[in-house]
Write a protein that binds this ligand. Structure first.
Ligand code: PMP
Length: 396
């Protein structure tokens, strides 16, 4: 009997598999024979060995993005890093003003923090993007005021892959003395980042988008005596008193190995993934009433956000069977709302709902891309026959 084809995973922007080389290294830091000691227990050799491993990982994370080791603080992931960047800075600077600047296409961990601060009496300017998903640096210039405490704009959007001009935005912030935070979760390891030259003060990272484990991330805080951040989590003195909690040695080690591999192989990986992504789009673009969101803007290698005119994305996903794709981001689909990113780009809620996000990664194969293209074309054709009225309504 022929075995069922295995699922095709095209949801790398939600999370990646952990690279086997990472798993192997992490395993050394868990069991009774391993380096499981608390890295803060430096009174004994096992603790000091764990500490050394944590510091080695910190150096690897820093090396990928051109940062110094002391500028990297481990967190539980980028959600915490984003919350901390905003709340930590606001707490340290609240006597200077009550205004914040961000964009309408940020991740929920930024937008929800912004909304929570609004409820506490802060004013937030939400910058628009154009039809291709780009935030115009000129809009940033217009939004900054002497009262602005922070500007926060993501590097690569998690739904469309569109790259923002963080160099230009950061330069404007620098000129006005406003700290600049960048969510680099989707760009680290995929695009070159050099914090030794970029005008960025705070940057968020997550290991599980770069073939590392979930539940570990970092916040880069530029070493600058004028850039003070209050802690978000209080407790022990870990991370130089700024982020309390027992360091998750095995997670941190996995993060370090994942970022080392990204430094050594990331750009070659990105080129290969970009070719596969383009091959998938070349197949899909032959279908009718189809639109590539952000197709006119520079994009990171793995993303394809495609609107299928006239069909509902949820129904399309149903017909896709074993194809693992997303409708929006994992976080916004948990809420069941049409994508705020696509709507900010001018799509109607209906068009946003008829969109699939396909994201490719290190383990995607040519054969998977071919099967995925076929599977999508078939499902789309079936749905277009089943719901021709809806197709006409949306096409018109
Ligand atoms: N920012 C972006 C752009 C993301 O894609 C994600 C993950 N979906 C996060 C932040 C949150 O990261 P984490 O899962 O590490 O909390």
């Amino acid at each position: 009997m022929a075995s069922a084809p295995s699922p095709i995973y095209l949801d790398y922007a939600a999370t990646t598999p952990v690279d086997p080389r990472v798993i192997q290294e992490m395993a050394r830091f868990m069991g009774p024979d391993g380096l499981f000691a608390n890295p803060s227990s430096v009174t004994h050799a096992p603790g000091r060995a764990a500490r050394a491993a944590v510091e080695e990982a910190r150096a690897e994370v820093a090396a990928l993005v051109g940062a110094r080791e002391r500028e990297i603080y481990f967190t539980s992931g980028a959600t915490e890093s984003n919350n901390w960047a905003w709340r930590g800075l606001v707490a340290a600077r609240r006597d200077r003003g009550r205004h914040l600047v961000t964009s309408r296409i940020e991740h929920a961990s930024v937008l929800d923090t912004a909304q929570a601060l609004e409820a506490e009496g802060f004013r937030v300017s939400y910058l628009p993007c154009d039809r291709e998903g780009r935030v115009d640096p000129e809009r940033v210039r217009e939004a900054l005021t002497p009262e602005t405490l922070l500007c926060s704009v993501m590097h690569v959007n998690n739904e469309t892959g569109v790259i923002q001009d963080i160099q230009a935005i950061g330069k404007l912030c620098r000129e006005r003395g406003v700290p600049f935070h960048v969510d680099a979760v989707q760009s680290a390891g995929k695009l070159p980042i050099d914090l030794s030259t970029l005008p960025v003060d705070l940057m968020s990272f997550s290991a599980h988008k770069v073939y590392g484990p979930k539940g570990i991330g970092a916040l880069y805080v530029r070493h600058d005596p004028t850039l003070v951040l209050e802690p978000l989590i209080h407790g022990g003195g870990q991370e130089r008193g700024l982020r309390a909690g027992t360091l998750a040695t095995h997670q941190i080690v996995g993060f370090g190995v994942a970022f080392r591999i990204a430094r050594e192989e990331g750009m070659a990986d990105a080129a290969r993934i970009g070719r596969l992504r383009d091959a998938l789009w070349a197949r899909l673009s032959r279908l009718e009433r189809i639109r590539l969101n952000g197709g006119g803007a520079p994009r990171a290698c793995g993303h394809l956000s495609v609107s299928f005119g006239g069909v509902n994305g949820e129904s399309l996903i149903f017909f896709l069977g074993d194809l693992a794709v997303a409708q929006g981001s994992a976080c916004s689909s948990a809420r069941g709302e049409p994508s705020h990113v696509l709507q900010a780009m001018g799509l109607t809620p209906g068009e946003a709902e008829s969109t699939l996000r396909m994201t490719l990664g290190r383990f995607t194969t040519v054969e998977e891309v071919e099967r995925a293209a076929e599977c999508i074309a078939q499902a789309y054709a079936r749905l277009s026959v089943l719901a021709p009225d809806a197709a006409r309504r949306q096409a018109g």
